[in-house]
Ligand binder design. Structure first.
Ligand code: ADP
Length: 302
């Protein structure tokens, strides 16, 4: 803790160091300085733990993709996962809602606790996991159906047919798309622009009222204007959902995230993804603890 800016130092936060990984195990007190404007400040509500990732490691067959990983993700915050290509960002986020299950050879050690329940527990209903923990992917992937039917698809499948029109309108409104599509709901979703398609995918994910939204590089296939609208959307969506976003774009992480987890690839033959540091966004970008984080956020590698 020595040498830190007192405004971003962690005060009484319980910090422990395991190996070369520095983990903030409890939320920090708010820094005295205001959060950057586009962050909109951190919500003044009690921070509930949504995910408690405990001693997690991930393998594909004989290859270990992610080394020991443990940290907590908090409600109504945007948590960004950053790091160089191949460090396991996607593997990590897909492990939070069992999206990796279909991959042959996938194996997870440790625990992913979602609100105290083991996501990989024997009794767990995977459909319910995916309903509560929705996901949006890098490339917009609307179904070749109408705009309305894209949003109505999951609610219909899950038997949430009551007030379907209202549900569709609400999801499209929350995804900041309603005004652009309300007069063309029967048009094909494929007629929308890339940015609109991605917001439609967000509407599709939130139509079943999830608790968490996992966004895996949601803007990397979009132009700067569409990217800005997705980033703006995150600032409003976090009031309703807990958001975890993978991004290779550090400026984006700095703009949208409250908390940041930085992963890297350790040099050597194994090339295992490693969690280096997890902290609030200001600390990661202005005053990181680990030199590997500093080198990455200042562009020295990656
Ligand atoms: P990132 O998102 O940081 O680029 P990934 O999670 O995609 O990293 O990949 C981490 C490691 O896991 C890489 O070595 C990659 O080759 C491996 N990997 C990812 N997906 C699979 C898969 N479906 N099967 C086998 N190995 C995979």
């Amino acid at each position: 803790m020595t040498g830190r800016d007192p405004q971003t130092a962690r005060g009484a936060a319980d910090e422990r160091v395991l190996g070369r990984v520095r983990i903030q195990t409890e939320p920090l007190p708010q820094p005295a300085a205001p959060a950057p404007a586009r962050n909109g400040g951190v919500p003044q509500i009690a921070r509930e733990v949504v995910f408690d990732i405990r001693d997690m490691a991930v393998y594909y067959g004989d290859n270990q993709a992610l080394g020991w990983t443990a940290f907590k993700i908090y409600r109504h915050l945007v948590t960004a996962v950053i790091g160089p290509s191949g460090c396991g960002k996607s593997t990590f986020i897909r492990s939070l809602n069992r999206m990796n299950d279909a991959i042959r050879g996938f194996r997870l050690e440790g625990q992913v606790l979602y609100r105290g329940h083991d996501v990989y527990g024997a009794e767990v209903n995977r459909v319910e996991v995916r309903r509560r923990i929705g996901m949006v992917f890098q490339k917009p992937n609307p179904f070749p159906k109408s705009i309305y039917d894209n949003v109505a698809w999951a609610p219909r499948n899950l038997g949430m047919r009551e007030d379907l029109d209202m549900r569709v309108e609400r999801a499209l409104t929350q995804a900041a798309l309603w005004d652009e599509v309300k007069d063309r709901l029967t048009d094909s979703a494929l007629s929308l622009s890339g940015g609109q398609q991605q917001r439609l995918c967000i509407a599709r994910a939130i139509a079943v009222e999830p608790d968490v939204l996992l966004l895996d590089e949601p803007a990397s296939a979009l132009d700067p204007v569409a990217t800005a609208s997705i980033e703006d959307l995150m600032h409003t969506l976090k009031n309703r959902f807990t958001i975890v976003i993978v991004t290779h774009n550090m400026q984006q992480a700095a703009r949208v995230a409250d908390q940041v987890a930085f992963f890297t690839l350790e040099p050597g033959a194994d090339r295992v993804g490693t969690l280096v540091e997890y902290a609030d966004t200001q600390t990661i970008f202005r005053n990181p603890t680990d030199t590997r984080t500093r080198d990455y956020v200042t562009g020295r590698f990656g």
